[in-house]
Design a protein around this ligand. Structure first.
Ligand code: AMP
Length: 218
């Protein structure tokens, strides 16, 4: 088992980067946000529990997240290669991940920090549109009204938590609860910083370079 973490504020481009990297490497894209949105859509117990936190832009309790991630890792078995997007988001989640990776004799090869300024985040998120079917991410400036997904023809929508008020809350939550992970991973010597205020192509090129640098067999 191997793991990469994409760390960064909401709107830094973690989901877009992870989707591209998934196509170019053999790492799976594991987004706890996507898993939770699926759970909300299906009306499962996890979804019921998570919904109000997500709508408010606050974090879903650690034990819910730890359970869904553990379940996924147990199901996939020892050869899995994970690219985590939006996980871990608290110290407790980071410690749980360390423990599970340890139990599997697995490596955390990279923590890729997408660094972004908050005004860029606000513009990106307010204009973000997502495909209901395949999850592809667009910005309104790339779209004509009523346009469907380029990749699968699916309908595009705006996430209910992608409004300015909730985004400001999510940025606050990142500063308060997630940003301490930057130091944590820096001290472990696995943190790499990437300037995410640039185009997806530029960010992508840097990320791929970093992953290939020290990951054999991709
Ligand atoms: P994301 O798609 O990563 O922006 O996540 C959307 C929302 O899902 C967040 O604002 C949180 O409410 C919740 N969420 C996703 N991942 C986590 C996590 N690792 N820990 C706690 N809450 C999470």
């Amino acid at each position: 088992m191997k793991a990469i973490i994409l760390l960064g504020a909401p709107g830094a481009g973690k989901g877009t980067a992870a989707e591209d990297l998934r196509k170019q490497t053999d790492f799976q894209h594991v987004s706890t946000g996507d898993m939770l949105r699926e759970a909300v859509k299906s009306g499962s117990a996890v979804g019921e529990r998570a919904k109000s936190y997500m709508e408010a832009g606050t974090l879903v309790p650690d034990e819910v997240i730890v359970d869904i991630v553990k379940e996924r890792m147990d199901r996939d078995g020892p050869d899995a290669k994970y690219m985590f997007d939006g996980f871990p988001r608290t110290m407790k989640q980071a410690q749980m991940l360390d423990q599970v990776l340890d139990e599997h004799g697995a490596d955390l090869t990279h923590v890729l920090l997408l660094e972004i300024t908050e005004d860029v985040v606000l513009d990106r998120i307010a204009g973000r549109r997502i495909c209901k079917s395949c999850g592809a991410v667009y910005h309104v400036s790339q779209l004509t009204p009523g346009q469907a997904c380029d990749q699968c023809g699916g309908e595009l929508y705006q996430r209910p938590d992608d409004n300015e008020e909730t985004v400001r809350k999510r940025l606050q939550v990142f500063r308060d609860q997630t940003s301490s992970l930057i130091d944590y991973y820096e001290q472990k010597g696995v943190l790499h910083r990437v300037d995410a205020n640039r185009t997806p192509e530029e960010v992508q090129a840097d990320l791929l370079g970093l992953i290939r640098e020290s990951t054999a067999g991709l």
